[in-house]
Design a protein around this ligand. Structure first.
Ligand SMILES: C[S@@+](CC[C@H](N)C(=O)[O-])C[C@H]1O[C@@H](n2cnc3c(N)ncnc32)[C@H](O)[C@@H]1O
Length: 277
C-alpha cells in the first residue's frame, strides 16, 4: 500500500517536472526568437557572477523578474554550490519555476511586484545579502520611475562588493541615434522572421501551450487578476545612459557595460564597501 502510494506520488512528481521542463525549454526557444544572442548574454552574466562569487562558500543569487528562472538556472550551472531566488510578479511563470525548483533545492521562487516598494521585504529576499542580482529582458518593462526605485533598493539587497548584472533590451534615441535605431529594429524583425518561420512558438503560442497543459490553470487565472490591464501596457523605453545614471545615483560605485549587441546590453553596477557608500 505504502509502496504503491510512493510510486504514484513520485510518478506525479516526475510528470510535473517534465511538463515544467518542456515549457521552460519552449520558453527559452521563444525568447531566443525575439533576442538574438540571448545565450551569449546569459553566458556572459554567469561568467562574471562566477568571478565575483569566487571564494564564497554558498553564493546567493537573486534573479529579478526572472520568469521561469532561465537565467538563475544558467548561473547555477556555472556555480553549482550557489543558491538562487527567482523573483517575479507573474504567477504562471513562477509556478513553472517552482516546479523546476521542486527537483532542485537550490532554486526558490518569490512572488513580488517590483512596482511595490516593499518587494525587498519578501522573506526570501530580506536578510542575508546577495552576492549578485541578475536580470534578463525584464527591467525595461518597468516604468522609468519604478526602475529608479528598484535600483535604489539594490545596494541594500547586495553585499558590499556585490554586483548587479542586467541584460536588457534598451532603446537607441530615435532623435540622436536614428540610424542605429533603424538598424536595430530591422535586425530584430529579421531575427523574428527567421525564428518563427522555423516553427518556434511565438509569445502567444507559448502561452497557449501553458493553457493546453492544464496544469497551470489556477496560476493562469491568478495571472489575469495580478496583471489586469497592465499586462499589455509597454512603458516608455529609456536609454543606457538613463540606467547608468540611475545606478550611480543609487550608490553603485562602479557602473558600465560588460556586453553589447546593437541595443541589447548587459550593464553592471558594483556596490562599494560600507565605508564608501
Ligand atoms: C520577457 S520576460 C523575461 C523573463 C526572464 N527574465 C527571462 O529572461 O526569461 C519579463 C519578465 O518581467 C516580469 N515583470 C514585469 N514587470 C514586473 C514587475 N513589476 N514585478 C516583477 N516582475 C515583473 C514578467 O512577469 C516577466 O517574467
Amino acid at each position: 500500500m505504502t509502496d504503491t502510494t510512493t510510486i504514484h506520488t513520485s510518478a506525479i512528481h516526475a510528470s510535473t517536472h517534465e511538463d515544467a521542463r518542456s515549457l521552460a525549454t519552449r520558453w527559452d526557444a521563444q525568447q531566443t526568437g525575439y533576442i538574438r544572442h540571448r545565450a551569449d548574454r546569459f553566458d556572459t552574466i554567469a561568467r562574471v557572477v562566477t568571478t565575483i562569487a569566487a571564494g564564497t562558500p554558498e553564493p546567493r543569487i537573486l534573479d529579478l523578474a526572472g520568469g521561469t528562472g532561465s537565467l538563475a538556472i544558467e548561473v547555477l550551472s556555472h556555480l553549482p554550490h550557489a543558491r538562487a531566488v527567482v523573483a517575479d510578479k507573474d504567477p504562471a511563470l513562477l509556478a513553472i519555476a517552482a516546479d523546476l525548483g521542486s527537483a532542485d533545492a537550490r532554486l526558490q521562487t518569490a512572488e513580488v511586484d517590483l512596482a511595490h516598494n516593499d518587494w525587498a521585504r519578501h522573506p526570501l529576499i530580506a536578510g542575508v545579502p546577495f552576492d549578485a542580482v541578475v536580470s534578463s529582458t525584464a527591467l525595461h518593462w518597468l516604468q522609468p520611475a519604478t526602475l529608479v526605485d528598484v535600483y535604489r533598493v539594490l545596494p541594500d539587497v547586495l553585499r558590499p562588493g556585490g554586483i548587479l548584472l542586467n541584460g536588457d533590451h534598451l532603446a537607441y534615441s530615435e532623435r540622436q541615434e536614428s540610424v542605429l535605431a533603424r538598424i536595430a529594429r530591422e535586425d530584430d524583425d529579421a531575427m523574428q522572421r527567421e525564428t518563427f518561420a522555423g516553427g518556434v512558438d511565438t509569445w502567444d503560442e507559448w502561452w497557449q501551450a501553458v493553457a493546453d497543459s492544464g496544469r497551470y490553470a489556477d496560476a493562469l487565472a491568478r495571472r489575469d487578476a495580478v496583471w489586469g490591464a497592465d499586462l499589455h501596457q509597454a512603458p516608455p523605453k529609456v536609454t543606457l545612459g538613463f540606467h547608468l545614471e540611475a545606478l550611480r545615483s543609487a550608490g553603485f560605485v562602479e557602473t558600465g557595460t560588460v556586453w553589447q549587441y546593437l541595443d541589447d546590453y548587459v550593464l553592471y553596477g558594483i556596490t562599494g564597501s560600507p565605508a564608501l557608500t
